[in-house]
Design a protein around this ligand. Structure first.
Ligand code: ADP
Ligand code: MG
Length: 487
């Protein structure tokens, strides 16, 4: 892929991007309380005294949240810090009853790691490593609701205290496409691990987008940070828009201010929210209510043992058994797809053909029908059965497609469909010969033409026989018997 550059008045500019991804931890309870975390509950029904910051309440770390963050770190090949600590980040806002957020500034749970992205999903050599600086664990805030009352804002504390992982990348991305690939890959890994559902629409994964521009070869420029962007498409739009805004500003003689901005998807524009705070503005200090976290080697080993096969390993395994690089990357991008394909292989499907069929036939049909693997009635076992019927010649390619259509419609198993509708391909030479004799007798003129040299008529005879036998004759046998009779 060629380098991404933006043309300005004064020449070409390079864009520098770093993402801070907030990922809500999958856990039944909050980071420091036993309150539930289910999405979509009635406002303020999942709030413990700790989450409401009642005086005298003490936070108690939830081991499951820590476990999930460590598993995530391991999946990103990151350093797991045996010793970490929680800090208070002080700021005042109506959705933050404590007046501070418990976070980790000085000693995060997870240190440097990396995410491998493919710049071109048809080329397994187009890899780039995006550095991860750190992952820290912190509390989420509550949510203000401005549309419930004409003159008042309400606050819902259900989200208050829910565990977040903040996954901070290095400023290693250089184009909107790279940032999109990074986010999709990160989301894919989180879903494989099961530590975050990656659902950006529901806000369980959101990104702060840091963007700066420079002339190639220069030092990094001043960055702006656009907060809480909640889709891959919007992240890419923010980068494009923000880079152009900065370039224009610099070329007009202005200076980029280090500030926090907000994205408005309706206008596809960012606007300034506030000048960016520095760490000292938050008066960080170690939270006196919490002991440092000390992880045992056993705990880390258990986290490691609980990890599933991750997308890159899976992709390489599929390629190793003959699946094309493109199909392997499509099949491993989402964990549901990969699990489905694994079940198909387990049911005995041949990997290369199975992959071709899933990516071309099955995905094509699901798209047409606005369905997904989760909603379709076709199980991997039934799909494997269908592929086997085609592979062993019981069904011709055409009949295979017919049976597949009926499976989509009825949800029936292929063997049942073949049985009930008599769709089996026949290689019975007696029946085929009988049809051939009838066709040749009824087309004596064409037979004469064929014999006098018009050999292209052969296809016509094959077609007639296939039609007479409702497509169920084995085309190989038909060809062979016709040749025997005509030549
Ligand atoms: P803060 O909490 O102040 O936002 P962090 O260290 O948590 O600081 O995050 C900084 C983010 O900004 C990281 O993702 C980093 O990669 C990115 N970043 C740092 N410098 C630049 C730059 N010059 N241009 C673009 N992104 C940058
Ligand atoms: Mg930040």
């Amino acid at each position: 892929m060629s380098e991404y550059r933006i043309k300005g008045e004064t020449g070409e500019w390079e864009v520098v991007i770093g993402l801070e991804v907030h990922a809500q931890v999958v856990s039944n309870a909050k980071l420091f309380s036993g309150a539930a975390t289910a999405f979509g509950a009635e406002p303020n029904t999942q709030v413990s005294l700790v989450d409401a910051a009642m005086p005298g309440m003490l936070p108690v770390p939830n081991k499951e949240c820590i476990r999930q963050a460590v598993r995530t770190g391991l999946a990103l090949d990151a350093v797991i810090n045996r010793w970490s600590r929680f800090d208070r980040k002080n700021y005042f806002y109506a959705d933050l009853p404590q007046g501070y957020q418990i976070s980790q500034l000085y000693h995060p749970l997870v240190g440097p790691g990396e995410v491998e992205i493919l710049l071109d999903d048809k080329d397994e050599n187009s890899v780039k490593q995006i550095g991860i600086e750190r992952i820290h664990v912190e509390q989420d805030a509550g949510k203000l609701m401005h549309d419930q009352h004409p003159t008042m804002s309400y606050v819902d504390l259900n989200r208050s205290g829910v565990a977040l992982m903040e996954i901070v990348s290095r400023p290693d991305m250089r184009s909107p496409a790279e940032a999109g690939a990074y986010l999709r890959k990160l989301r894919s890994i989180l879903r494989y691990v099961g530590s975050c559902d990656g659902n950006m629409e529901e806000g369980s994964m959101r990104a702060d987008v840091n963007v700066s521009v420079r002339k190639p070869g220069d030092e990094f420029g001043t960055r702006t940070e656009t907060k809480n962007v909640n889709s891959v498409r919007f992240v890419m739009a923010v980068i494009e828009h923000e880079a152009r805004r900065q370039i224009e500003l610099i070329e007009e003689g202005g200076k980029v201010a280090q500030e926090t901005r907000l994205y408005d998807p309706d206008k596809n524009a960012t606007r300034s929210l506030r000048s960016k705070e520095d760490a000292h503005d938050y008066r960080y200090f170690p939270d006196p209510d919490l002991l440092p976290l000390e992880l045992t080697e056993d705990f880390i080993a258990d986290c490691k043992a609980s990890l599933p096969e991750l997308p890159d390993d899976k992709r390489k395994r599929y390629e190793g058994v003959g699946v094309t690089p493109y199909n392997a990357s499509v099949l491993t991008a989402e964990v549901e797809t990969a699990r489905w394909f694994d079940a198909l292989l387990e049911a005995g499907a041949e990997p290369k053909q199975g992959a071709n069929w899933v990516v071309a036939e099955l995905f094509g049909a699901l798209n047409r029908r606005s369905e997904t693997l989760a909603t379709t009635g076709i199980s991997p076992q039934e799909a494997a059965e269908l592929l086997k019927l085609v592979a062993d010649g019981t069904l011709s390619g055409t009949l295979g497609k017919q049976v597949f259509e009926i499976m989509l419609e009825t949800g029936d198993a292929p063997s049942k469909i073949v049985e009930e509708r008599g769709l089996k391909q026949t290689s019975d030479t007696g029946a085929i010969d009988a049809e051939i004799d009838k066709i040749l007798a009824a087309n004596a003129d064409k037979v004469a033409e064929y014999k006098s040299g018009k050999v292209q008529l052969f296809g016509f005879f094959v077609g007639q026989v296939m039609k007479a036998m409702a497509g169920k004759a084995n085309p190989g046998v038909v060809n062979e018997r016709l040749r025997a009779k005509l030549d």
